[in-house]
Design a protein around this ligand. Structure first.
Ligand SMILES: [Zn+2]
Length: 186
């Protein structure tokens, strides 16, 4: 069973949270201004030269939030990282703890390394990714965008590439999202 199907309740709550954030920011279509939304949530968004292995961090100090992203990564990757860290902020930051630190390593490094992740950490990473996908590629925005006549002339592969461009996300991220939403199945 997919993570999606096993967690319907979680996903319903997630779309509610995301729709509320988009509505409050007055965002009605792609591309979603993720830095602006993070700022609206009280996060200071800062680019860093982290080197190769770290894609992003979320630092919580005395209810001050800093989201750091790797300036060496591509623009679409930076957007996904900011959305992922905002996912940690909205879903995992315990307001009773004054100081917390989330660090996200490069995906490949992560699974090559000996770092062992607890089931809780793995669940949190999945939820941060689910949040990022939901806020950068809202279902309603995709359905609306696909009504544009230009998509009728395109082959499926090109449709996904065009959507990725419009939403300012990577092609794999868009492919995965469309599959999750049952728009295209792979
Ligand atoms: Zn993370």
């Amino acid at each position: 069973m997919s993570f999606y199907k096993a967690n319907i309740g979680y996903y319903n709550k997630l779309s509610e949270t995301v729709n509320e954030l988009l509505a409050n920011a007055g965002v009605m279509k792609a591309p979603v201004p993720i830095k602006q939304i993070a700022a609206m949530c009280g996060a200071n968004v800062v680019g860093y030269d982290f080197g190769g292995e770290i894609s992003g961090v979320l630092v919580v100090e005395e209810n001050k939030y800093t989201i750091g992203f790797n300036t060496e990564n591509s623009r679409v990757r930076q957007r996904f990282t900011i959305a992922h860290e905002l996912g940690h902020l909205k879903q995992h930051v315990n307001l009773n703890n004054k100081n917390e630190f989330f660090v996200d390593r490069d995906f490949i490094v992560k699974f090559r390394s000996d770092i062992k992740y607890s089931p809780k950490e793995i669940a949190q990473e999945r939820q941060a990714n689910a949040f990022a996908a939901a806020i950068l590629m809202p279902k309603e925005f995709i359905l609306h965008e696909m009504k544009d006549p230009k998509y009728k002339e395109l082959h499926e592969t090109n449709i996904i590439e065009e959507l990725a461009k419009v939403f300012e996300v990577s092609v794999p991220a868009m492919t995965y999202r469309l599959s999750d939403l049952n728009i295209y199945r792979y």
